[in-house]
Design a protein around this ligand. Structure first.
Ligand code: GLC
Ligand code: GLC
Length: 803
């Protein structure tokens, strides 16, 4: 069953009913100011950092799940309604939500009045702008009272929901015309404020939430709205809000437009005040003036759409598979941008108060993003490398506002450093910019410790080489990619963090997955060394790669698939010797991608993977699921069977298998798996899948779960980047390389070819792939041996491949 449909021409997903199984959200903003917005207009905004600089409040664990964010009320006679259904909850005569790229449009109708609300964060603007068009479609005059409301968060989202003994004393606002300024803590050390404003004279306001709502009331029925009034309350502590009220009279057929603006401003210390405790509003005035008319707003929308069209034109395919095209050309790339911006910090599942930017997460996100905006990828790589320690280990996360490593979680995830090699090599292959390797980059952000980025890569690699266990395989540390396989944790204390506690540092537990990673990225590192004239180093690295490859063949191969790990007592995990957790997905993906054991092992591993782990929605993490908790395994065994790391389809690693299929040249296997969880392909199962059909979710409950097929943790998942890599570089086979663009498709029998346009190093490659006789590559009309299109200075290059 579906709750909407794709509008590919508009690049929108159109939701046709408000009661989607879960809030179906979108992301607004591209740099500083970000908003989350659901299909009922809920959500929240923040500046750069969802924890440290939260602008509007959102109550996780609230009921209904999706209240808050932006509240609009339209009062028409006896009826009060909201354009996007919430918060008023009045049944609408018509409802539609169009989630587009960086904007959302809500269309609601009630009793002959229509509302069209478009919400976006214009580019290069620290402001969410909400354009509300109200139209009288009836034959009688309408006198409407309209409210637009924002509830402020007191900046630090953790304090905001914990430190009430202080918070309920500090809230402060200023009011100037139709603008409410939120200035809590500005009097002391904060040099930033927020504002909410409308571009028309207001008839009243409230800034104290409890006065506006009234006793025993929630957002669905504020006292002020019920009375069609405002109490002109001035917040003093408690919960400051901005509730603006306007009256509109609409003749039959007439429409009026209002622009509501939610902005954020930073001032310098010198220019903080204009009088005692009066904030300097200069910048806010300028921002409001820039978005004061409909024409200004519409121009910003046009610019946003043009921007996205241009970004997406960097990689666009046309094939016989509409759903593949839709994922590749629009939604998968869009999600790559969102994960680049958010890492795993702020969604409806990630509270924004826990994790900031993850080291491994952001490195992987770059793999699907680097072609979109290479300059931002470059900056991100340096930011990430700057939280690394001198010994090659690294902080696991950092806060986007401060860019400092997060000491609460610390380090010790032994896969982390290798991901830096993965994303740096991907960046150089995309751009040819070897100069990034010379970029002075500090350790742990300490000034004076800067070394060239290349030295960070070197230490990443060396860290693995120097941390090997009894079988010569890399030590796992706190965990590898699978955060829940905690082989040194041995926790028996409720609530103890599986990720940070280590009650028994065995110094022995090893990861076959990291071995696979090391072989893959070690080879890439060696190739990089060769390119920059470090052939001795390349040779040394290849020796280590060979050692770990041999150790993997000897101790990591179980007979029909790759083992997962060795535990603290040197016992295999992910082996037929185990009763549960006999096979895991991750090493099958990575060891096959790394080429360990060649196509023969690859094919056997994939056959076992499909036979034991395959379900309708993809490949499960492990099988059989753990039915009880084991302290020597950690969090993985804490989840009920079929959920999360204990046997769901953890979508992030499914593309590794798709790529592994491509490694062994099995196009049917690759595409069959791709389709099983690509959102557009399962749109018609939305009542089972439940999360948004236009983006990937982290997990889909496995066969052993009580809710088999149900997805969770939409949006912020490495699935976005890896799926894009799998479909673009694996199935379609377009791979940027140092010397040119590789065209090496691995198509299913059901696809006869495709046309594709790819911007690569300033040249637009128009690629046509088709099946036929006279196989081979033709570049600008001339046959070229092999499958690599050499670099060119020409603006356009025509490529034809017959397979
Ligand atoms: C989450 C984490 C990621 C980890 C994965 C598997 O998605 O963000 O870092 O690799 O879970 O545990
Ligand atoms: C939990 C989740 C895992 C995530 C980790 C992050 O362990 O199951 O997916 O990576 O938290 O801390």
């Amino acid at each position: 069953m579906q709750y909407g449909y794709f509008d590919d021409d508009a690049k929108e997903y159109v939701i046709t009913r408000a009661d989607t199984p879960l809030p179906w959200i979108n992301y607004l903003g591209s740099d500083g100011f970000f908003s989350l917005i659901s299909n009922t207009c809920g959500g929240y905004s923040f500046y750069k950092d969802a924890k440290l600089r939260r602008i509007t409040r959102f109550r996780y664990n609230n009921v209904p799940h999706d209240e808050g964010g932006r509240c609009f009320y339209i009062c028409d006679g006896e009826t009060v309604w909201s354009p996007a259904f919430l918060p008023a909850k009045t049944a609408l005569d018509f409802y539609r939500c169009r989630h587009g790229l960086g904007y959302s449009v809500f269309e609601g109708k009630k009793n002959g009045v229509s509302a069209s609300l478009t919400v976006t964060v214009p580019m290069l603007t620290d402001m969410e702008v909400q354009k509300l068009v109200l139209k009288n479609e009836s034959s009688i005059e309408k006198k409407l009272t309209v409210y637009g409301v924002a509830e402020w968060c007191l900046w630090n989202a953790v304090d905001d929901s914990t430190n009430f003994q202080r918070n309920w004393n500090i809230g402060e606002v200023e009011i100037e015309g139709g603008t409410v300024y939120h200035k809590t803590e500005y009097r002391e050390r904060r040099n930033h404020y927020a504002f909410y404003s409308v571009n028309a004279p207001i008839d009243g306001f409230d800034t104290d939430r409890d006065t506006f709502l009234g006793r025993f009331r929630g957002w669905s029925e504020p006292q002020a709205v019920e009375q069609r009034t405002s109490f002109m309350s001035i917040a003093a502590g408690w919960a400051p809000i901005a509730a603006l009220r306007l009256s509109l009279t609409l003749a039959p057929g007439e429409s009026k437009t209002l622009l509501f603006r939610l902005g954020y401003v930073e001032n310098t210390q010198e220019k903080k005040f204009t009088a005692l405790n009066v904030i300097n509003k200069e910048k806010a005035h300028a921002m409001l003036a820039a978005f004061d008319t409909e024409a200004q707003f519409d121009a910003a929308m046009d610019a946003l759409k043009a921007y996205w069209s241009s970004l997406l034109s960097r990689f666009a395919v046309q094939s016989s598979e509409d759903k593949l095209d839709r994922m590749v050309n629009i939604w998968n790339q869009y999600q790559c941008m969102v994960t680049f911006n958010m890492s795993r910090s702020a969604s409806y599942y990630e509270s924004g108060t826990g994790r900031g930017m993850g080291f491994r997460d952001s490195c992987q996100d770059l793999l699907g993003f680097v072609h979109l905006i290479p300059e931002r990828a470059r900056e991100r790589i340096i930011d990430i490398a700057s939280i690394q320690f001198a010994d090659g280990s690294t902080y696991h996360q950092y806060q986007p506002l401060t860019k400092r490593g997060n000491a609460d979680i610390g380090s010790g995830f032994n896969d982390d450093p290798l991901w830096l090699i993965a994303c740096t090599c991907a960046y150089i292959r995309e751009t040819g910019d070897f100069s990034i390797l010379d970029e002075p980059t500090p350790f742990n952000n300490e000034t004076g410790t800067e070394v060239p980025l290349m030295e960070h890569l070197r230490r990443s690699l060396r860290y693995t080489v120097e941390h090997r266990g009894p079988h010569g395989l890399p030590l796992i540390g706190r965990a590898d990619w699978n955060d829940c396989l905690n082989l040194n944790c041995f926790s028996l204390t409720p609530g103890e963090s599986f990720q940070t506690c280590s009650n028994f540092e065995s110094g022995k537990a090893e990861s076959v997955f990291i071995a696979g990673m090391f072989v893959k990225y070690g080879k890439e590192y060696a190739a990089l060394c060769d390119r920059i004239g470090l052939s001795e180093e390349a040779a040394d690295v290849r020796v280590s790669v060979e050692e770990i490859e041999q150790a993997t063949l000897r101790f990591g191969w179980d007979g029909e698939w790759f083992r997962r790990a060795y535990d603290a007592f040197e016992r295999p995990i992910g082996s037929r010797e185990n009763d549960e957790g006999k096979i895991f997905i991750e090493p099958q993906g990575f060891c096959v991608m790394a080429g360990i054991g060649g196509p023969e092992y690859g094919k056997r591993a994939l056959a076992s993977t499909e036979a034991l782990l395959g379900n309708e929605f993809g490949i499960e993490v492990l099988h059989p699921c753990y039915t009880e908790y084991h302290d020597y395994l950690g969090e993985i065994s804490s989840y009920p069977p079929g959920y999360k790391e204990n046997g769901s389809v953890f979508c992030h690693n499914n593309p590794w298998i798709t790529l592994a299929y491509c490694m062994v040249k099995d196009g049917n296997g690759a595409f069959d798996l791709y389709k099983r969880n690509a959102p557009a392909y399962i749109e018609d199962k939305s009542e089972i899948h439940r999360t948004e059909p236009y983006c990937y979710s982290q997990t889909i409950a496995g066969r052993d779960a009580k809710t088999y097929g149900e997805a969770k943790n939409a949006w912020l998942t490495g699935t976005a980047a890896w799926s894009f890599v799998a479909v673009s570089q694996g199935i379609l086979g377009i791979r940027p390389d140092y010397d040119g663009l590789i065209v090496d498709p691995c198509l299913p029998d059901t696809m006869d070819g495709y046309r594709l346009s790819r911007l690569f190093r300033g040249t637009r490659y128009d690629v046509t792939v088709r099946r036929g006789e006279n196989k081979g590559l033709i570049v600008n009309g001339k046959p070229v041996p092999g499958n690599i299109v050499p670099l060119t200075d020409a603006p356009v290059c025509a490529v034809a491949l017959t397979i």
